[in-house]
Design a protein around this ligand. Structure first.
Ligand code: G6P
Length: 612
């Protein structure tokens, strides 16, 4: 949440900052702002998208070879020009951008007000820059030292970059809980919330660690110190990203591009990890821990949003194939309960961004209690990837649309591989069934392509139901989490109220909502529960509900009773979620487009949720 970009070097900073903000816009789009050093310090900030800032800046002085930029997801203070970052000290000497929340901002603010500070905005960030100013003035400290001392008084999460007008050949950055990457170029530095704005300039990066403060000098030197003032020798990593994967590539929206990438991304998640012909599955991340994982007394799966839905599918997979008891938890609830965790538990964290604050904090709690932490993460080098003891990257490339699509199917693919490997090692699935499943899993990318061929039909159905104020999604077994995911996709991008339910639970309440205006989307592809689903559909039809059924190819019985059907190819039951979710993603996409919504940047949402 909130995106930060900064540059210091010999190039013009403005184009780097703007392009960077556009890349980071998925992290928040309530306002955008920049500060440019050019003898004097010019600050421009605007409510709304980065484009508003660009239009405004056209008529301003945009020269300068260092600067900082920010795209905001509002926490303290409404989205407007005043609350937009950067924020300045009282005398205008210091300027700062911030991602995170300063939890003790209120007492600090009162103390500063007593010393004569006045505040223009409602933000916690402005309090932080005034605090740094106060510390700096008291002892006439260099900026990096003032930042360090001020941060030791702060409770909360932050990634910050600060400019001191009196020390213009330096940028100072720090982080705790919110991500920050330092890109090292030739006598120049880039700083950003993730690697996407940096990769086209340099691949050499340092992932800043918690409570570390970095000082970048225009002459190409840099230094990192801990908050306790010890010098830290950084590890220089290599960014592994392709720029094309961050462009829309001819699609109207990133979300549509990402939906269409799924045959490839599912394949990428499996690459080198499965060989049906030779009959093996192997996740490299498990190599050193295989005994602990396979002998775990329990798996605890943690995630938020769509990643939590992937976890729910994993519960079916692990219990079904590996016979290990599983609990799937919202990280935000888990961390504030008093959960029972032991060193015999394996905690699996699922996170696309690897930065979700609740998931991270829940993992820290599990770590303290001695559980092995296993990460299923997309963003390489992210905080969760670094905190976990072991893990597997899902390798689906940057996901930019706020509504998760390809990351979800890649997560489910990875969890499927994990369940297969563990099940095989534990002997809970027969060799014959194991082989059959491997062969079928390798066919899934082709089958996803076939589902995508239903695009026109899905578009037609979207037009038919786009004006409904509500929608209900029903599924059983492996497809119950898909009902939840389908409903989440619809509500987050089209703003239609939607609920997902286990199909059999409908009669305990939601059935009261059904009438001729209620579209009911039934995911009816489970062979084992087909008869039961047919009965649920009949119950909806008897109350005049409009039924869209996702069915297995050739299922004429359901096609006869449903108003609309979309077919997916036949597959093994544990793999149906990988196919049945695709039409639901497309359905939400088209409904949202037809309702005039900004699909990639739905209101109030952000992709990387680094606040609680
Ligand atoms: C946000 C995003 C969702 C995502 C969730 C968890 O709500 O909009 O798409 O599923 O965060 O994020 P993570 O990065 O941990 O998977």
């Amino acid at each position: 949440m909130c995106g930060i970009i900064a540059y210091i070097g010999n190039k013009e900073a403005y184009p780097i900052l703007i392009k960077g903000l556009q890349r980071l816009e998925y992290r928040g789009y309530d306002s955008a702002g920049i500060a440019l050093m050019n003898g004097s310090l010019n600050i421009y900030k605007k409510r709304g998208k980065v484009q508003e800032l660009v239009d405004f800046a056209k008529h301003q002085n945009i020269s300068g070879s260092s600067g900082i930029g920010h795209t905001r997801w509002a926490t303290h203070g409404k989205p407007d020009d005043i609350n937009a970052h950067p924020h300045c000290s009282s005398d205008g000497r210091l300027t700062l951008v911030h991602n995170g929340i300063i939890e003790n901002y209120s007492p600090i603010k009162h103390a500063l007000e007593k010393k004569g500070h006045t505040f223009k905005s409602q933000t916690d960030t402005e309090v932080l820059v005034h605090l740094i100013e106060e510390v700096q003035k008291q002892d006439n400290l260099p900026i990096e030292e003032a930042v360090r001392v001020a941060l030791s008084k702060v409770v909360g999460a932050y990634a910050i970059v600060v400019i001191d007008k009196n020390d213009p050949d330096k940028l100072v950055a720090a982080r705790k809980g919110s991500p920050l990457v330092v890109g090292i170029g030739d006598d120049e530095f880039f700083l950003a919330s993730d690697g996407t704005p940096i990769v086209e300039y340099t691949k050499k990066v340092v992932y800043l660690e918690d409570e570390h403060i970095a000082t970048m000098h225009r002459n190409g030197k840099y230094e990192i110190r801990t908050i306790d003032n010890e010098v830290h020798t950084p590890f220089v990593d290599e960014l592994n990203m392709e720029i094309e994967r961050m462009e829309k590539g001819g699609y109207d929206y990133f979300m549509l591009k990402e939906i269409y990438e799924q045959p490839t991304t599912i394949q990428d998640a499996m690459r080198g990890r499965i060989n049906a012909e030779e009959g093996w599955v192997r996740l490299g991340g498990m190599d050193d821990h295989v005994d602990i994982v396979k002998d775990a007394q329990r798996f605890i799966i943690l995630g938020c949003g769509t990643s939590w839905h992937a976890g729910l599918i994993a519960e079916y997979l692990f219990e079904d194939l590996a016979r290990i008891p599983v609990e799937v938890e919202y990280a935000s609830e888990f961390r504030y309960r008093n959960p029972v965790i032991t060193d015999k538990d394996v905690v699996i964290a699922i996170s696309q961004s690897g930065e979700t604050a609740d998931t991270y904090a829940a993992l820290e709690l599990a770590k303290k209690n001695g559980a092995l932490l296993y990460g299923i993460v997309n963003v390489v080098g992210s905080s969760i990837a670094r905190l976990t003891d072991a893990g597997s990257y899902i390798h689906c490339g940057p996901e930019i649309g706020v509504a998760s699509t390809k990351a979800f199917t890649a997560q489910v693919t990875l969890l499927t591989l994990m369940a297969l490997q563990i099940g095989h090692e534990r002997g809970t699935i027969s060799d014959e069934y194991f082989k059959k499943l491997l062969i079928e899993l390798e066919n899934i990318p082709e089958k996803v392509k076939k589902v995508l061929d239903s695009n026109d039909k899905i578009k037609y159905i979207a037009a038919e139901i786009k004006d409904s104020p509500n929608a209900m999604y029903l599924g059983r077994g492996y497809n119950f989490p898909i009902a939840l995911e389908g409903a989440l996709k619809l509500k987050e991008i089209s703003y239609i109220h939607a609920e997902g339910y286990p199909a059999a639970e409908m009669k305990h309440g939601p059935i009261a909502l059904i009438d001729e205006n209620m579209p009911v989307i039934v995911i009816a592809t489970n062979k084992s529960l087909n008869d039961k689903i047919v009965s649920n559909i009949q119950e909806v039809k008897a109350r005049k509900g409009v039924v869209l059924a996702i069915v297995t190819e050739g299922d004429n019985e359901i096609s006869r009773i449903a108003d609309y059907t979309i077919e997916i190819p036949d597959t093994e039951e544990p793999f149906t979620p990988l196919l049945s979710v695709i039409p639901l993603q497309l359905l939400s996409y088209y409904i949202a487009v037809m309702r005039g919504c900004n699909v990639d940047q739905p209101r109030n949402l952000a992709k990387s949720v680094t606040v609680e």
